[in-house]
Design a protein around this ligand. Sequence first.
Ligand code: A3P
Length: 345
Amino acid sequence: MLFKQQALLRQKLLVLGSLAIGSLLYLVARVGSLDRLQPLCPIDGRFGTHGQEEIPLRALQFKRGLLHEFRKGNATKEQIRLHNLVQQLPKAIIIGVRKGGTRALLEMLNLHPAVVKASQEIHFFDNDENYAKGIEWYRKKMPFSYPHQITIEKSPAYFITEEVPERIYKMNSSIKLLIIVREPTTRAISDYTQVLEGKERKNKTYYKFEKLAIDPNTCEVNTKYKAVRTSIYTKHLERWLKYFPIEQFHIVDGDRLITEPLPELQLVEKFLNLPPRISQYNLYFNATRGFYCLRFNIVFNKCLAGSKGRIHPEVDTSVITKLRKFFHPFNQKFYQITGRTFNWP
Ligand code: A3P
């Protein structure tokens, strides 16, 4: 009898013990899952309105996703106010040169956490209609950024348009100006290739490069041809120097940006007084594209559009030689003015 009672008691204790352990395990699991569902800290705390020096650059990289959404216009007024975002006039402009690698330069600089790019070419200073709309119109075209970040825009037509230097000077006389150049003959052929592709897309025929670049009457280089004129870098730069001292310009080697982008970008970081943040990790060579592509983080990377890096048509070697000879003295002057020498023939 006593033995039977003891066995019953043991059974009851076992059931109660199992219940207690089960409840405990349930509570632990529940608290754990609740913990995972809770934000680590309130949104305000994470993206609060810090003073501008207080935000470490690392954190900005983390915020890039949010900024990306804002730039696409996916932000409410409340979010913009909450995150203290502003649309700022550019502190630096890539003024040219067309086909020098202006898009690659802008996209690569945008890897820097303190840089925010204006994605579209705004054409504010070279287009009279846009310019007439006023500086506020221009500012409103700029992307949202944190106050301590710098906005950069690129419109390659600025470099060759008469009125632009004075107009930019009126906006900001101490603005930093970036010019990316390539070997002038290669750039001219690249320029031609872009126009040719546009014509072909519309099923139109177009002249051969040789016919445009060489005057058939004189057999000399045709300086009226825009692709040739744009490559006379020194002529355009001299107009800019009437408004800005040479120290406000930085010349980027567009040919080196293709083959070895990092050192070129590091020189730009220095020129813009930015701490060095772009690293080899951010740039990887894509063999299929034949170009360096951009790596923002472990999940987000991108290559430039297919319209960048076209195959150039074959050009008669005598025409190339003639063009190179033509550009030579202008190149020498350009090296002298800028203090940057290239191995152009
Ligand atoms: P090509 O199409 O002649 O090769 P822009 O952006 O000023 O129009 O310049 C276009 C040029 O950028 C291209 O000229 C290409 O060579 C050059 N470029 C430089 N870096 C590049 C990159 N990482 N990806 C694609 N094109 C790049």
